[in-house]
Design a protein. Structure first.
Length: 133
């Protein structure tokens, strides 16, 4: 039971840490115009880093969820063997689907952010360069 809870918590921690990291990286282009101006077109790397982090988190989450699912199955089987009251499984692994869904939404938002940064900030940075020239 302890390893089951550990894996379950690990999945949630991975999700929260990923969201925090991606949000921090994603707001960088909007945080300070001076920094954006100084970095120039390289500001587009911030949303790209967010997208890469999300993709890595999805890959890791899939691995962790496979481990969690195996432990969950073994736990339920052991309960039956020991004659313990059976734990009811709520629906078809909703936990697993929800975590992956959250990360996919985060990935989609990352692509939207990339588009916004590329469409607006790159134009802004180039306009500032033209004015200063």
């Amino acid at each position: 039971w302890t390893i089951y809870k550990y894996r379950h918590d690990l999945c949630w921690r991975l999700l929260f840490q990923t969201v925090i990291a991606v949000v921090l990286v994603s707001v960088a282009p909007y945080a300070n115009k001076e920094v954006t101006r100084a970095i120039g077109e390289w500001i587009v790397t911030a949303p790209i880093i967010g997208i890469i982090l999300t993709c890595l988190a999805i890959a890791r989450m899939v691995t962790e969820l496979k481990l969690w699912e195996a432990i969950k199955k073994s736990h339920f089987e052991l309960q039956g063997v020991l004659g313990l009251p059976e734990t009811k499984d709520v629906g078809p692994l909703r936990f697993k689907d929800d975590l992956i869904f959250y990360l996919i939404v985060l990935l989609a938002l990352g692509f939207i952010n990339l588009y916004v940064v590329e469409a607006n900030w790159i134009y802004y940075v180039n306009a500032i360069k033209d004015i200063n020239s």
